[in-house]
Design a protein around this ligand. Structure first.
Ligand code: NAP
Length: 254
């Protein structure tokens, strides 16, 4: 019997990268999974096909997490499709390379709105919609995928760093507020991870370099993989993590 048998997760940004690895890991642990995506329906459907092949239930839902109405429609549909959701992984995000790493002063209103929308309002929207029904479960979990950038505060990463620092403040507060309902709330702060986002960051900051060029200088001789992050999400949500809440776990090899 899997460690997450009988539980249902909703993973935002589950079509690619860390989100897709998380969906598959939670399913391998026995969870059914609602998979959110923004644009890549085919990628989300491929992830769902693997989940079903593992013997678990999966459904896919298009929604821009920055859009509260879209999140409402997604959550209504997911709660109708599954008997309830007791694990929420706020993973969907947009990186600084997507807006060409402007300085704090040079970033446009649109660039601030894009990253604050996806990286901060996304988790806020999802928590506001799902946490009230998650309280009914004897145990529930919220995991927020943040970034080491929330504390590194490097030049050109300001818009992203602000969005991640703010979402961490939300998560720490939520952990204190919802503990009485059996909810564990934790933050994972990865360093560089080998995903589309990670590859874009390396290319943008190192003259088009391939992420593989970072392996030799990475802490253990390889850049962190999405599976490394997914393994910790699973640990937090299983019985093994039942006494862990309000923590920020850095996964960077440092
Ligand atoms: P990725 O490879 O770029 O994948 C992003 C995922 O998020 C995709 O599934 C995408 O859906 C989805 N998404 C993006 N914007 C969305 C929106 N507005 N609404 C709904 N879904 C949206 O990114 P990743 O590297 O896996 O990153 C996942 C999380 O880890 C992010 O929060 C990121 O900030 C964080 N992180 C990443 C790294 C890294 O080096 N990769 C480091 C630290 C933290 P579509 O496929 O439909 O576009």
């Amino acid at each position: 019997m899997g460690r997450l048998e009988g539980r249902t997760a909703l993973v935002t940004g589950g079509s690619r990268g860390i989100g897709a690895a998380t969906v598959l890991r939670l399913a391998r642990e026995g969870a059914d999974v609602a998979i959110n995506y923004a644009n890549n329906k085919d990628a989300a459907a491929s992830v769902a096909t693997i989940v079903v092949a593992l013997g678990r239930k999966a459904e896919i839902y298009q929604a821009d997490v920055a859009d509260k109405d879209a999140c409402t429609q997604m959550c209504d549909a997911a709660l109708a499709d599954f008997s309830g959701i007791d694990i929420l992984v706020n993973n969907a995000g947009i990186g600084s390379a997507a807006i060409n790493r402007p300085s704090v002063v040079d970033a446009t209103d649109e660039q601030w709105q894009l990253l604050i929308g996806a990286n901060l309002y996304g988790p806020i929207n999802m928590c506001r919609l799902l946490v009230p029904q998650m309280r009914k479960a004897p145990r529930s979990d919220v995991v927020v995928i943040s970034s080491i950038s929330a504390q590194m505060l490097g030049p050109g990463f300001g818009v992203y760093s602000v969005s991640k620092a703010a979402v961490e403040a939300m998560a720490h507060t939520l952990a204190r507020e919802e503990k009485q309902h059996g909810m564990r709330v934790n933050i994972i702060a990865p360093g560089l991870v080998d995903t589309d986002m990670g590859r874009k960051i390396v290319a943008a900051t190192q003259n088009g370099a391939d992420i593989r060029s970072r392996d030799t200088e990475a802490p253990f001789g390889f850049v962190c993989t999405p599976d490394d992050i997914a393994a910790t999400v699973a640990h937090l949500c299983t019985d093994d993590g039942r006494y862990i809440t309000n923590q920020r776990i850095t996964i960077s090899g440092d």
